[in-house]
Write a protein that binds this ligand. Structure first.
Ligand SMILES: [Zn+2]
Ligand SMILES: [Zn+2]
Length: 294
């Protein structure tokens, strides 16, 4: 586990970054498209003297470099789907500290494509006493995150890559806000995440999760996951990993154009070439994922 990619440096991810530094990793690449908010600054020592509104990654890197100079720290303020593919080839493992099922599904797709193991973690949910660490091996025969979802949920997430506008995104926002974190849980879960990765990455095993619930007498429970036969993320893909927008329309002026870029990118960053407006409709897209027939 010398070369690591870390996706998401919120409360949990920033704690994990520090632990990766303490562990003495040779190289850590961090991907996170979010900007720093006031609430992050009081939560993490990485941002104690920075200003809100800056990209999280850009402000975290100097602090990590200064504190752990033996590790090569790099990063980009982008979503995982926009990370330079070379970076995946350079990584031994993907740590996921994101907070939505959609982001976890994107990570599962990337990991499947580049044959990388994923160590995922989350805190919060219905209580600040809850946490979870999951291990997804690199073998295509093992379960990925999307295998754990119901067929319906998986189909809705895979189509959210493609479908237009905000119905599915507002659903994700609600889910995110119910997942809050307490400092103690964040520290505990990031330690467990490191421990699971270090103890599992060299052995061959099935996918599993460790659920933590500090309110229960048995605080930890291990659950094994088996692969879903209909999960489409295990097939070899010949084309694009993520849906590409082939035709878009401007809501403001009605102009149509052909972005040929990832749907997620167009939705987040795209603008009309005629009038510059940012509200666009995805009219056509292509992608290669489909639920396998049962
Ligand atoms: Zn799967
Ligand atoms: Zn326009």
């Amino acid at each position: 586990m010398r070369r690591v990619m870390l996706v998401g440096i919120g409360a949990l991810g920033s704690e994990l970054a520090i632990k990766l530094g303490l562990l003495g990793c040779e190289q850590v690449f961090i991907a996170d498209a979010d900007l720093l908010e006031e609430k992050n600054i009081c939560r993490s020592e990485l941002w104690s003297d920075t200003v809100p509104g800056m990209p999280k990654v850009i402000t975290a890197l100097p602090c990590l470099r200064a504190r752990f100079p033996a590790t090569r720290w790099e990063g980009a303020s982008v979503e995982i789907a926009d990370v330079d593919p070379v970076r995946f080839a350079e990584s031994d493992i993907l740590f996921s500290c994101v907070d939505t099922d959609l982001a976890r599904t994107e990570i599962a797709a990337i990991a499947g494509h580049y044959v990388l193991p994923v160590c995922d973690a989350g805190v919060g949910g219905t209580s600040t006493q809850l946490g979870r660490v999951s291990w997804f091996p690199h073998e295509r025969s093992a379960a990925c995150f999307a295998c754990l979802l119901s067929s319906r949920r998986r189909a809705s997430l895979l189509s959210a890559w493609e479908s237009d506008v905000h119905a599915c995104w507002s659903e994700e926002t609600e889910e995110r806000s119910s997942w809050t974190s307490a400092a103690r849980m964040t520290s505990l879960v990031s330690s467990l995440q490191i421990d699971v990765a270090v103890s599992t990455s060299t052995s061959k095993c099935d996918a599993f999760s460790i659920h933590l619930d500090l309110d229960r007498q048995e605080i930890a429970e291990k659950i094994r996951h088996s692969r879903s036969d209909v999960c489409p993320l295990h097939d070899e893909l010949s084309g694009e990993l993520f849906p590409v927008c082939t035709r878009a329309a401007c809501i403001a002026c009605g102009a149509q154009f052909f972005p040929q870029r990832r749907v997620g990118w167009v939705r987040r960053w795209g603008s009309c070439p005629a009038c510059g407006a940012g509200s666009l409709l995805i009219k056509e897209s292509r992608h290669d994922f489909a639920e396998s027939a049962v």
